[in-house]
Design a protein around this ligand. Structure first.
Ligand SMILES: [Zn+2]
Length: 457
């Protein structure tokens, strides 16, 4: 983009700073607590009207729970299309007494906006509403077609998102998905995230006698706690390899470019060890390296075990039931349904067919190809807006629903966060960095004109 136009865009953003913030504050003042259905419709309507104000054709679409706010700017069949995703729902603000200022009365202190939903995710979606306004005001038009998908159920696990996307494939079809959530690197360098892990959560239950027994009967009455421990022991060894038959069969190997990119992620391994208070990290299958393993290794984690007596002193009891919860984080191309089936089969084969397995929280892993032509363009736009070189993450350890874009819609998905690492999302005093908000808009007005050129068909 030429320098003159860039200057025009930046000065428009600068000149309208206060009004952008006022409008954002109106959005932040509207509670939208999805888990208890507080203010959801009001917030959806408010967001829709803020979008209409900048010329986005917007409708509020119902789902079985909370509405989806869908918007469009259509530049005709030849224009590339970007789908912008985000969520307008927020976490409950409690405990209220730990907030310095009330959660739904946003306030600026030390260059941060404090309030529930500031960084997660209201300011980070409002960035795109204001990006559209700035592009239109300074250039007379937007450079490509836009679709906006803002859901109201992210904080409760996005139950309607996948069915909605399945049912509206044509409506949502785009060249790529682009969104801002999560936070930039703690050094202040911006980030681009290309993939999320998948997830299978399972509850294992071993049962023994009808009711708890006196432990003198341990000579003859089987103990489900032992059975559960033996079963868990069969899932993973001290070598850190998951022993479920076929568990790694579908793991997609990292490409050379992905490996090189991971090697560039700044890491202070000793600092991390100190932070965790441990001596060494677990080994990986292929090589060792904190980010290499965080991104490329699937996990089988015991999240909790409970059985019998764990209170103070002694109680000689032979429990009648033992339960464990395990979370299995998946990498491409493992599938949650398949891994759960393999877990059940493994237990059966090892002689633990009596242990009940209930699986839930299925999430398919996602990863956008690192050689996608949009990536260098996003890197360039971020570098210009922040004045810092972005860090590219081929994946992260966290799980999420990006597969709806990469697998159901079959389009690349780029996550470009603008909050800072101390955003305290889900906690009291959640904040959004003022610079992050405006850098987000400054990135937006730089990235879309570039994408329009790169994606031109
Ligand atoms: Zn959240």
């Amino acid at each position: 983009m030429n320098i003159e136009l860039q200057g025009k865009l930046d000065s428009y953003i600068e000149a309208n700073r206060e009004r952008f913030l006022e409008e954002l504050f109106t959005f932040l003042r509207q509670p939208s607590i999805s888990t208890r259905n507080e203010g959801m419709h009001e917030c959806a309507e408010l967001l829709a009207s803020l979008m209409r104000d900048v010329g986005i054709e917007t409708r509020v679409m119902e789902t079985p729970r909370h509405p989806i706010v869908y918007g469009e700017i259509d530049k005709g069949p030849d224009a590339p299309v970007v789908l912008v995703y985000g969520h307008y729902d927020v976490q409950p603000p409690e405990p209220l007494e730990l907030w310095t200022s009330p959660p739904f009365a946003p306030e600026i202190r030390d260059r941060k906006i404090y309030g529930r939903g500031t960084s997660d995710n209201k300011a980070q979606i409002f960035i795109y509403v204001k990006t559209i306004e700035a592009l239109r005001a300074a250039t007379g038009d937007v450079p490509l077609s836009f679709k906006f998908l803002f859901e109201g159920e992210e904080e409760i696990g996005s139950p309607s998102l996948a069915p909605f996307v399945e049912a509206n494939r044509d409506l949502l079809k785009a060249d790529l998905t682009y969104y801002s959530d999560s936070h930039i690197h703690e050094s202040g360098r911006p980030m681009i995230i290309l993939g999320l892990k998948g997830m299978v959560y399972a509850e294992l239950t071993a049962r023994g006698a009808r009711i708890d027994q006196h432990s003198m009967r341990a000579t003859g009455v089987p103990n489900p706690a032992w059975r559960l421990v033996w079963a868990l022991n069969s899932l993973k060894g001290p070598d850190n390899r998951v022993a479920i038959e076929g568990f790694y069969d579908d793991v997609r190997p990292l490409t050379n470019m992905e490996r090189e990119t991971i090697a560039k992620i700044p890491v202070d391994e000793q600092g991390l060890l100190d932070f965790f208070g441990i001596d060494k990290f677990l080994p990986g299958r292929i090589e060792d390296g904190y980010y290499f393993n965080l991104i490329s290794e699937p996990t089988c984690n015991i999240a909790g075990i409970v059985s019998g007596y764990t209170g103070e002193g002694s109680k000689t009891v032979l429990p009648s039931v033992a339960k464990a919860k395990i979370d299995i984080r998946l990498v491409p191309d493992q599938r949650p349904e398949d891994i759960l089936e393999k877990l059940k089969q493994h237990l059966e084969e090892k002689g633990f067919g009596d242990i009940e397995v209930e699986g839930f929280n299925f999430l398919t892993p996602s990863r956008t190809p690192i050689d996608h032509p949009a990536l260098p363009v996003i890197v360039e736009a971020l570098e210009e807006a922040y004045g810092r070189e972005p860090i590219v993450y081929p994946g992260i350890g966290g799980a999420g629903p990006n597969y709806v874009f990469t697998d159901i819609l079959r389009q690349a998905c780029f996550v470009v966060p603008h909050a800072t690492h101390d955003q305290a999302n889900h906690a009291p005093d959640e904040s959004m960095d003022l610079d992050g908000f405006f850098n987000g808009i400054r990135t937006g007005v730089r990235v879309f004109p570039r994408l329009a050129k790169t994606l031109r068909r």
